[in-house]
Write a protein that binds this ligand. Structure first.
Ligand SMILES: [Mg+2]
Length: 226
């Protein structure tokens, strides 16, 4: 496809929650084609993370207690239990993360299912630096290796619906519908739940990326909602 990110490129994965930046991590492009952008995210990659008092998550802090100007980001290792593949499909209200059991190697027999992150996303490319912006929408789907679906964080999603930092009631219907569309793909065993990527092995020659430099990722959000 034209203008896709080239394989091997390190791009900035920026995650927003409640319209505030909460994570910047370096991710490696595996491929970028009509199916979407496929990224490899090393679980210990040096990253930037919003660290809250008590090490909580922004979801648990009322927005009127959030600092003006956003959360301060601090340099830390990515707090993920395992490395992951992330598919960012074009024109979809979700991204799909491949899960493997933590505390061990990535191997096909250690595949643990998929995480469907309901989100809005957009890609950006400033030349030397490029990335993907993801606006998290709290509701998620967990898909077992045998493709059974489980909703996650439904109560928190409902509690945030209608709040100015989050989404309207109408948006909530669309967000859940995006989840239902992913659920239908999973139930049908269709891409990306068709076995693609389950045998993925990261190239052992890939060096761990270095920490993204703020001069590269401190740029306006690519999402119009932000
Ligand atoms: Mg989520």
């Amino acid at each position: 496809m034209a203008d896709g990110f080239s394989a091997g490129r390190i791009v900035h994965y920026r995650s927003y929650f409640g319209r505030e930046l909460q994570l910047v991590a370096p991710a490696r492009v595996v491929r970028h084609d009509d199916a979407g952008l496929l990224l490899w995210l090393d679980h210990a990659a040096p990253s930037w993370l919003a660290v809250l008092p008590g090490h909580g998550h922004p979801r648990d802090v009322p927005p009127d207690e959030w600092p003006a100007g956003g959360w301060p980001l601090v340099p830390v290792p990515l707090p993920l239990p395992q490395s992951t593949l992330i598919l960012v499909p074009p024109d979809a209200g979700y991204a799909v993360w491949w899960l493997w059991r933590p505390d061990g190697p990535i191997r096909p027999d250690r595949f643990a299912g998929w995480y469907v992150n309901l989100e809005r996303h957009a890609l950006w490319d400033d030349g030397e630096h490029a990335g993907v912006d993801s606006l998290d929408q709290e509701l998620d789907g967990l898909v077992d290796p045998d493709r059974r679906w489980h909703w996650k964080d439904e109560d928190s999603f409902a509690a945030k619906t209608g709040q100015p930092r989050y989404w309207s009631a109408a948006d909530a219907v669309a967000i859940r519908a995006a989840g239902e569309s992913a659920r239908a793909l999973a139930a049908a065993g269709a891409f990306p739940f068709d076995g693609t990527g389950r045998d993925f092995l990261p190239d052992p020659s890939w060096p761990q990326p270095s920490r993204p430099v703020p001069a590269g990722w401190r740029r306006p959000p690519a999402l119009t909602e932000l």
